[in-house]
Ligand binder design. Structure first.
Ligand code: 13P
Ligand code: SF4
Length: 351
């Protein structure tokens, strides 16, 4: 039996007691063996509703598997084929720094009598799921919600409906793009650099902000205005769509931006014979190009691969299913779990 056949044979033996989830950025060799494929929101929902499986295998990156564990039931254990598949962006927001900034911005709102203050209410943390369980727990403890790129606008609106403002962690670009989508003026959004005094924006900047976005980013999605210009030159008449982790200067020049599932729907709705250029992780773009070959011409804005996503391979999946090593269990500690679950549950409830 080859690797793929061995995996399928083990899956058959386990039946409904095993559930394998795979993010769209995974390689095809891995995705052919999963029970559910999705973007981070869809996978969080699947993890939350899966009841029968005793073992959940997450083919993605660590924060996703942590979310699956937080949302799982007591009889379920979450595993990763490669436990080292992390997310550099998630690592850009350590708990201690976020706590410090949180205290700092409370002080600005409570201690200063700046003219803007009267118009501005308190803060609610909104945390991108691309973050550690500790940050999600912090968020839940302070009445906040997680979000993904699919529902960031809805979660932001949920905060604004309460008359509050947002500390958004850890992706400055998703924060900025979402604020702009909701019609906020540029001066209402500030990028908070935790390495600088008052985040580099000063007390006035903090007092004025309705969205304070943590200075973090995903290097896979750092497309530039030059990338867009080059694509327009190379593919005249093409539509360009980018993921909202893309810097706003480039996202603004594209025809659209959207989460992974929104990109997929955009491509499905594109008229036959048209060309679509996509700015997101290469494995997804390449798969869409193959799936729509003959109907659409699809090109990557730039060939950009998430090195962490590709750490998971068919061979590692097989090794996991054969041996179930304890080191590959993803388990969030109980105190963090309770509050992190609150933040994830709020996100899943926001309509
Ligand atoms: P989505 O799956 O929410 O589009 O996020 C993309 C991503 O970067 C996952 O890490
Ligand atoms: Fe993290 Fe970017 Fe990879 Fe997503 S694509 S897992 S945000 S590094």
């Amino acid at each position: 039996m080859n690797v793929g056949e061995s995996i399928e044979s083990i899956r058959k033996q386990w039946g409904k007691k095993l559930f394998i989830l795979g993010h769209y950025y995974q390689q095809d060799g891995v995705l052919q063996h999963v029970d559910a494929t999705g973007d981070s929101l869809e996978l969080a929902r699947r993890a939350a509703t899966e009841q029968k499986a005793e073992r959940i295998v997450f083919c993605g990156v660590h924060f996703m598997a942590e979310s699956a564990d937080i949302l799982s039931r007591a009889h379920q254990t979450v595993y990763m084929p490669d436990i080292h598949a992390g997310c550099p962006m998630a690592d850009m927001a350590p708990l201690r720094e976020v706590q410090q900034v949180w205290n700092e911005i409370q002080a600005v709102t409570t201690d200063l009598s700046l003219p803007e203050r009267s118009a501005q209410a308190g803060w609610i943390p909104v945390v991108y799921v691309n973050s550690s369980a500790a940050i999600k727990a912090f968020c839940g403890e302070h009445g906040g919600s997680t979000c993904t790129s699919s529902n960031a606008a809805k979660v932001f609106q949920w905060v604004f409906n309460q008359g509050k403002r947002i500390l958004f962690v850890p992706d400055e670009h998703l924060g900025t793009n979402t604020a702009r989508d909701l019609g906020l003026p540029d001066e209402a959004v500030a990028i908070y650099d935790p390495g600088k005094k008052w985040g580099g924006v000063g007390v006035e900047g903090i007092a004025r902000a309705r969205v304070l976005a943590w200075k973090g980013y995903c290097h896979v999605h750092t497309f530039t205005a030059d990338d867009i210009t080059a694509a327009r030159r190379q593919h005249p008449g093409a539509k360009i769509i980018v993921h909202p982790e893309t810097p706003a200067v480039a996202a603004r020049l594209a025809d659209a931006h959207g989460s992974t599932s929104q990109i997929i729907r955009y491509v499905e709705a594109a008229p036959a014979g048209s060309t679509v250029v996509i700015g997101t992780e290469f494995h997804l773009v390449d798969r869409l190009a193959r799936q729509h070959r003959g109907r659409l011409a699809i090109f990557p804005l730039r060939q950009s691969v998430c090195r962490n996503m590709i750490l998971t391979t068919e061979a590692k999946l097989l090794a996991l299913l054969e041996q179930w090593p304890a080191e590959q269990v993803v388990r969030v500690s109980e105190p963090l779990r309770v509050n992190a679950r609150k933040a994830l549950a709020r996100m899943l409830e926001v309509k």
